[in-house]
Design a protein around this ligand. Sequence first.
Ligand code: COA
Length: 260
Amino acid sequence: MEYQNLLTELRDGVLIVTINRPKALNALNKGTLADLRQLFGTDALAIDGLKGVVLTGAGEKAFVAGADITEFTTIDVQGGLEMAQNGHDIFFLIERFSKPVIAAVNGFALGGGCELAMACHMRIAGERAKFGQPEVNLGIIPGYGGTQRLVQYVGKGKALELLMTADMIGAEEAHRLGLANHVVAQGEEVNKALEILTKIGKKAPVAIAKVIECVNTYFEDGEDGFKKEVVEFARTVGTEDFREGASAFLEKRKANFQGK
Ligand code: COA
């Protein structure tokens, strides 16, 4: 796996992905977005036995400080459409990824960085993490799903406040609002994410994938998540893993899931 701006490490079945542009506070330029598309759309899917992905930022200061503002200088309306659509497509790849994806938020998660963290299935915040959607300071609105996903996590009133004031919030407030799953000592974000992924890695992989699909369906327009759950529940009942899980429980032993 070769990327312009991502570092990757496979550790005990978990792919640790570091966005590596620390001098620009890991801002998402076109190259980094192309890397993320390649990783979540192709490369990570081909890793045998993958348990999950941790996304973090290089350096001491930032997870991701937003879209790369230096690329905004020549953009026009058509370019804006293409940019937002591209971001949406990539962030949906992450949100719909069949293995858990956790953002280890080690600093600023602003604009596209906050949106990237929100597209992940969970967020672990270091004590110095800061979340925010500062786009209105620049005269634009979020374009990578921020107006939608922020509402999902913190509710309409708080989302409108954060989106209109451009205020940054710290890790504790993000946790209190439901945006961060956990707050940990600075530098422990990846370890906490690995701890959670190790736990999930012991569960039945098909069931985990179906949990992700069904929860995502709740937020999809025109889709009935309850109906989807009935269908997917039945699918999991048909898996070898279910037979193994039920037998293991009755035989008082640990289940050995094969992901089938
Ligand atoms: N795009 C491109 N470059 C960025 C960037 C972004 N979103 N965010 C930070 N950088 C660059 C800065 O231009 C600076 O580059 P330089 O050293 O060549 O001057 C470098 O990263 C360090 O940032 P700096 O602003 O000096 O750090 P700071 O600690 O004073 O402030 C922030 C940190 C995050 C508060 C500030 O960088 C900031 O507000 N960034 C923009 C956030 C934003 O609006 N994001 C949404 C974009 S849509």
